[in-house]
Design a protein around this ligand. Structure first.
Ligand code: DX5
Ligand code: ZN
Length: 218
């Protein structure tokens, strides 16, 4: 699945920008609170406005402190997937339970330096594992290939049948990097600048999807 990130869109024209990626699978919505990450973006009122006009299901990536407090409201509002950061949760299992009870898929995100092994036990409670391939906070950064072993390990865990997960990569995904991520085992690809920075976002999505599919087939 390809999930263009609204972070790289024109914020003055969000309805049009959602329409421009109507061929995407999920629309990635980066919530930043200027505490968990240095940057500040948008929150629940903007999510509701975008949900009302988006042809594509919303994938919320909460880069915020105290996600326990906010995540269920993003699910109740109608987001398809709501992802919280492992580093910000005191009880990831409880958050996952609340997100699912509110009707969304539950995601767990890991910063580049956060080991997957610390969270293997909670993965059965989640539907999505988001492996950050840049430090969270800003679009347009360089892909960190060193984190791909976490993607491979997560994919292995799904093969053992112990967990069922989308494995999502986020940060620096473009035509030069998507194949490595797909070959490692990712199946959801967030792309901000590579989609919204392209002259033709629909063409960029189709190109990325074809590259990922080919790399997954090996
Ligand atoms: C970064 C965000 C990403 C960002 C990706 O903290 O989580 O979703 O939008 O942007 P690109 O694809 O430009 O690296
Ligand atoms: Zn993101």
């Amino acid at each position: 699945m390809i999930a263009p990130s609204l972070l790289s869109a024109d914020f003055a024209r969000l309805a049009d920008e959602a329409q421009r990626v109507a061929d995407a699978d999920w629309l990635h919505f980066d919530v930043m609170d200027a505490h968990f990450v240095p940057n500040l973006t948008f929150g629940l009122p903007v999510l509701k406005a975008v949900l009302a006009v988006s042809p594509v299901p919303l994938d919320c990536h909460l880069m915020i402190e105290n996600p326990e407090r906010w995540a269920p409201e993003y699910a109740e509002a109608g987001a398809r997937n709501v992802t919280v950061h492992a580093e910000a949760c005191s009880d990831p299992r409880a958050v996952a339970r609340d997100i699912r009870a509110a009707g969304a898929l539950a995601g767990l995100a890991l910063k580049p330096g956060t080991p997957l092994e610390d969270y293997v036990d909670v993965l059965p409670d989640f539907d999505t594992l988001l492996v950050m391939t840049v430090e969270p906070g800003f679009g347009g950064q360089k892909f960190i290939a060193d984190v791909l072993p976490k993607v491979t390990r997560a994919r292995e865990l799904t093969r053992t049948g112990r967990v069922q997960l989308f494995v999502e990569v986020d940060g620096g995904i473009n035509a030069d990097t998507i194949e490595q991520a797909a070959a490692a085992g990712a199946d959801v690809f967030v792309a901000g600048s590579a989609v919204y920075g392209a002259d033709d976002p629909a063409k960029a999505i189709a190109g990325l999807r074809a590259q990922a599919a080919a790399a997954m087939r090996g």
